[in-house]
Design a protein around this ligand. Structure first.
Ligand SMILES: Cc1ncc(COP(=O)(O)O)c(C=O)c1O
Length: 912
């Protein structure tokens, strides 16, 4: 039997154990041989024992039913047992227990038809009441537990919008396990009788408690503090939940506590109706979708359309003789919901006062920001809005060079002086990692030494990177603020919107880190640590500062922005994105310019369907983000495990691990892989807590060079053309499989099947291959795996675009516009004039962005000097798509005259 550490989470563990129990109990009914019977009984007993550690944390089937099944087993009543276990297993896998009572007795009449949630029509599912579980924390006996549960059950009314079941656990520790394991829990009722410790022996528990701050802290806690402390701890694990604290203490006494997620305190009362109504209202406040609901309502109203949009209400389609198929394909609702009206219950994205405003406020709560803004043109637009709102011409911005192109264009638009930061390269896989903190600090210290720190405005990084490298966001902000206490951070979280909904991921998000820092900077402990370090670092040189974990002054300003492509990782229509803000100076300093920037980039006809989907996507994550992200990680983990352990797959493929993608020096935990059997899943927490970089395991990079195909060929000719599997990122010898919250276990199984088939095909091919064919294959593999061109660093901006030589910032905007004048530019052939020019020591300067796909970010920007490493890389590139480069003409560069003229005009401007 698998041990707990074999599973990423208890969800899969539980499902697998119930299925195993179903198989064993059904075999028990048919077995006659004594020996085999005893083996089966032993198996069943083990499974019952392991389920006994998990079942107390779930309302269905509930401990009473579970104990009943154990008694059936003990009494050898296998027929009844097999029936009950079969029912439970089926109800768990179909989700039927969410909709109705599941009778477990054999003589009960039950219609199992249409049980499967996934098989129900969307309309039928929309009509059934959403289900959740309420966790009651109280150390009560069986009778009292029954009394509690029946009192809660009695409060149900037909008009309730949701249905719930209650489960009872005795202690603070059990409650923490429950909220971590049971994704159905939406509300917690903490009663005065709770105890501290769990009686269950759960190794996982101790790791979790360590995350929450260590169980030693409990030693000094008084029993009356258990309740408030539990509310605080749950807030760290699942901040979206609601807790209700029932206490015997006085109001004044409770008022001083940090009550975390506690929505309401009840003083020593047993008013179950009040509790019931509060629980429903709490869930309703996450369920409500102001804009989506407004749009649905609007679409029901009969309105005459006397404004733009003939497609509104489908009029131009229904009257058409030629485009009826469009109407048939999309159905009527989408057209009923298409309108350019901003009144009549709707709202304007550009100036929201109604349901869009409320939807944004809810999103802000869900994502832990101070302000959230929706965008209907992707994170590409969000990035430009944030940069334009915060950066004025001449401001220095430190930018991760391999960031998305929208940032580079943002720099051009804002007229920033750009300092490009280099990520560590992963030459073996032709991809970049992320920017080491040391490099960032070094640049800041250089700027400080040059007296330019006051002009430094922003640091812009991608978290996480396309390939899944994740920054230690809190640490980066902390140490940078220690050098420049009002630095603004723009974290491009295009790929990281889901991260908020899992405690491990959450700690590395911008909004979480910003909130943590704001809280921490106010503490006396922080002040003392800061003062102590200041005294120690009084005469420190730069090397010491680089080697020290710097502490920022308590009055440092926390100014963080995160842009997220909701559509990439959560439920939203394409282009649905959000900007999240936690900036202490937003209201005073930024609000107006943000508004202007928002106006600059936002269409005056934003798509309502996108906005509505953002609203609904927010509802989903607040209610089931925790479950979906957990399942996603689980699917990715099982994919990693299957590929790594399959004997045939191992021959041709390799899943890259944290050890492959993050150099040792940036992985302080020393952990190289998150999924092997010995380490178990919780180890991921340790790396995510301490390492400079962590790897997001949901992005699975597969080295495919061993197949003799390069990444691009593998993607298009094998995966896409032969098997219809789509992916969107490759490198020379890797392909990236991204899982998301929609990834199922069966889609993972399909992928594994396909990979096995490909590997079998290769095996057969090589089996029949001639010596020459074999040599050819080996050479291709070697070429893909070993002979890789080194990835070039950012060279530098040409002097014509720099104000002085001391630091590296460059004026990308003037370079960009200089190229508008055709006479300023020329073309050079890579292997001809360009090579000769470099060989003879001439400086060649790019006139535009050169962006090969992959890797998908500029290897040259306007004004950048072409180095021989860059030329070598371009010559070795065997990708078809290079934006900005014309194979027929060559590389577009500035003429020496244009550069000289520009440099001169710069000098004149500087002299003035
Ligand atoms: C890091 C990063 N930022 C921003 C974007 C742009 O996002 P969107 O497609 O939502 O405009 C992308 C797109 O791939 C990206 O990878």
């Amino acid at each position: 039997m698998h041990s707990v550490s074999d599973y990423y989470s208890a969800i899969q563990l539980r499902a697998d154990r119930w299925s195993a129990l179903r198989d064993v109990t059904s075999a028990l009914t048919e077995e006659s041989s004594e020996k085999r019977l005893s083996t089966l009984q032993k198996k069943a007993d083990d499974l019952f024992q392991s389920l006994a550690l998990i079942e107390p944390y779930w309302a269905f089937p509930g401990m009473a039913a579970f104990e009943h099944m154990r008694r059936q087993f003990a009494h050898g009543n296998f027929e009844d047992l097999a029936f009950s276990v079969g029912r439970v297993t089926r109800a768990l896998s179909t989700g039927a227990y969410r909709r109705r009572n599941i009778p477990l007795e054999r003589d009960s009449l039950d219609n199992e038809e249409h049980d499967d949630e996934a098989q129900l029509s969307p309309e039928a599912r929309a009509l059934s009441k959403p289900y959740f579980e309420v966790l009651i924390v109280d150390n009560v006996g069986e009778d009292q537990e029954r009394w509690l549960r029946s009192n809660m059950a009695r409060m149900r009314r037909p008009e309730d919008q949701f249905a719930y079941q209650a489960l009872v656990v005795p202690s603070l520790e059990d409650a923490l396990i429950a909220v971590l394991f049971n994704y159905n829990i939406q509300a917690i009722v903490v009663r005065p009788g709770l105890t501290l410790r769990s009686k269950m022996e759960q190794p996982i528990l101790h790791k979790y408690l360590d995350r929450a701050g260590g169980s030693e802290q409990f030693e000094e806690m008084q029993p009356e503090d258990y309740g408030p402390e539990l509310c605080r701890l749950i807030a760290r694990a699942r901040p979206e939940l609601d807790a209700y604290l029932i206490t015997e203490r006085s109001v004044e006494d409770i008022a001083g506590h940090d009550l975390g997620i506690c929505r309401r305190v009840f003083y020593n009362q047993e008013d179950f109706l009040e509790l019931h109504l509060n629980i429903l209202r709490g869930v309703q406040s996450r369920f409500k979708t102001p804009f989506f609901t407004a749009l649905v309502e609007y679409s029901k109203q009969p309105t005459g359309v006397f404004h733009a949009m003939p497609i509104s209400r489908g009029k131009s389609i229904s009257r058409s003789h030629w485009i009826q198929d469009m109407g048939a394909f999309y159905g009527p609702n989408i057209f009923l919901a298409e309108t350019s009206a901003t009144s009549g219950g709707l709202d304007s994205l550009l100036e929201p006062h109604g349901p869009i405003k409320r939807a944004q406020e809810l999103a802000s709560r869900a994502f832990g920001s101070k302000q959230t803004f929706f965008a209907t043109n992707g994170t590409s637009t969000c990035n430009k809005i944030v940069v334009q709102a915060l950066v004025s011409p001449g401001d220095i911005v430190l930018v991760d060079r391999d960031c998305h192109k929208s940032h580079h264009y943002g720099m051009v638009l804002a007229g920033a002086q750009v300092v490009y930061l280099d990520s560590y390269p992963l030459n073996e896989y032709s991809m970049y990692g992320a920017v080491p903190l040391r490099e960032i600090k070094q640049q800041l210290l250089k700027l400080k030494a040059a007296g330019k720190l006051d002009r430094v405005r922003m640091l812009l990084l991608t978290n996480c990177t396309f390939d899944g490298v994740v920054y230690n966001v809190e640490r980066v902000m902390e140490e940078c603020l220690a050098i420049k206490p009002d630095l603004i951070f723009l974290w491009d979280e295009a790929w990281f919107a889901f991260a908020r909904f899992n405690p491990t991921y959450r700690q590395r998000t911008a909004m979480h880190a910003a909130a943590e820092l704001r809280g921490r900077f106010k503490t006396d402990k922080h002040l003392a640590a800061y003062e102590k370090q200041q005294a120690e670092l009084a005469d420190a040189d730069d090397e010491t500062l680089l080697n020290t974990r710097l502490i920022p002054p308590p009055d440092a300003r926390v100014r963080a922005y995160a842009t997220q492509s909701t559509h990439k990782t959560l439920t939203s229509l394409r282009q649905g994105s959000m900007i999240h803000v936690n900036d202490q100076d937003f209201k005073g300093e930024v609000e107006q310019s943000f508004h202007e920037a928002y106006m600059t980039h936002t269409s005056t006809s934003p798509n309502y369907q996108i906005i509505a989907s953002l609203d609904v996507g927010r509802r989903q994550v607040e209610l089931e983000g925790f479950e979906f992200v957990q399942r996603q990680v689980e699917a990715a983990m099982s994919m990693r495990r299957s590929i790594a352990t399959h004997p045939l797959l191992k021959k041709y493929f390799r899943v890259l691990t944290a050890g492959d993608m993050i150099p040792e020096g940036h992985r302080e935990s020393g952990v190289t892989s998150y999924f092997d059997a010995e380490q178990g899943w919780t180890d991921m927490w340790d790396c995510w807590q301490q390492d400079e970089f962590a790897l997001d395991p949901t992005r699975v990079t597969l080295a495919v060079g061993g197949t003799g195909w390069d990444g691009d060929t593998f993607k298009t000719e094998i995966l896409m053309d032969r098997y219809g599997i789509q992916i969107n990122k490759t490198s020379r010898n890797t392909v990236l499989f991204m899982t998301n919250i929609g990834t199922t276990r069966s889609s993972v199984a399909y992928l594994i099947e396909v990979l096995v088939e490909i590997a079998k095909g290769l095996d057969d091919l090589l089996d029949d291959a001639s010596r020459m064919e074999r040599l050819g294959f080996d050479r291709r593999v070697k070429n893909l795996m070993e002979d890789l061109p080194p990835l070039p660093d950012f060279s530098r901006f040409h002097d014509a675009f720099r104000t002085d030589q001391g630091t590296s910032e460059g004026d990308i905007r003037s370079a960009f516009f200089l190229s508008y004048e055709g006479d300023n530019c020329d073309y050079m052939e890579l292997d001809g004039s360009l090579k000769q020019a470099l060989d003879s020591g001439q400086e060649v300067v790019s006139a535009g962005f050169i962006i090969p796909y992959p890797p998908g970010f500029p290897i040259l920007v306007p004004g950048q000097v072409v180095s021989s490493e860059i030329l070598a890389f371009m010559r070795a590139l065997d990708v078809n798509e290079i934006h900005g480069y014309r194979a027929d003409l060559g590389l577009r560069v500035f003429t020496p005259e244009a550069l000289a003229k520009h440099a001169e005009s710069n000098l004149i401007t500087a002299a003035k």
